[in-house]
Design a protein around this ligand. Structure first.
Ligand SMILES: [Zn+2]
Length: 161
């Protein structure tokens, strides 16, 4: 794109006056019916070595000259998962707090027997004889609740200090 000299001169003046690239583009477009973008103005100024007034360094220098610090935006809070029964990424290992002997045999389920409301808390190691899932009612796997209430409380207990 070739810039008409008149447009370049006006853009340079506006840049010297501290206008920002999108403001310069809008002003040129208003005056000349053009369709400059802020990036076009930025490219022009960069090629010509203009000193943009709105860079972080310029802001820092202005702030220092005025005896104030640049206000930085507050850090965003870290998003934490709080839902106690979000589906775990991997099945948690069984805890000694819940003895497998406490799970009635008719309640126990194998993988292909699991339904939406069956608890998926595992006992034993997957693929080994004797492995089973808790199978108690109270889960809602489709809604992201993989365990019965008792296993939710066990699996997602806060760490001990
Ligand atoms: Zn359970």
């Amino acid at each position: 794109m070739t810039w008409p000299l008149e447009h370049i001169a006006i853009a340079a003046d506006l840049c010297d006056a501290g206008w920002r690239t999108h403001q310069i583009a809008a002003e040129l477009n208003r005056r000349f019916g053009t369709a400059y973008t802020k990036n076009a103005v930025l490219g022009l100024g960069t090629r010509r070595g203009w000193a943009w007034e709105h860079g972080i360094e310029a802001r820092r220098q202005r702030a220092a000259a005025e005896g104030r610090a640049i206000r930085r935006s507050a850090p965003r809070p870290v998003r934490r998962f709080r839902a106690p029964c979000d589906p775990p990424l991997a099945p948690p290992r069984p805890r000694s707090m819940l003895d497998p002997a406490e799970i009635p045999v008719p309640q126990r389920r194998q993988l292909l027997e699991l339904r939406n409301t069956h608890c998926r808390f595992p006992y034993g190691d997957v693929g080994t004889p004797g492995f089973f899932f808790c199978g108690a009612a109270g889960a809602d796997f489709a809604a992201g609740i993989a365990y019965c209430p008792a296993h939710c409380a066990t699996a997602f207990a806060p760490p001990r200090r």
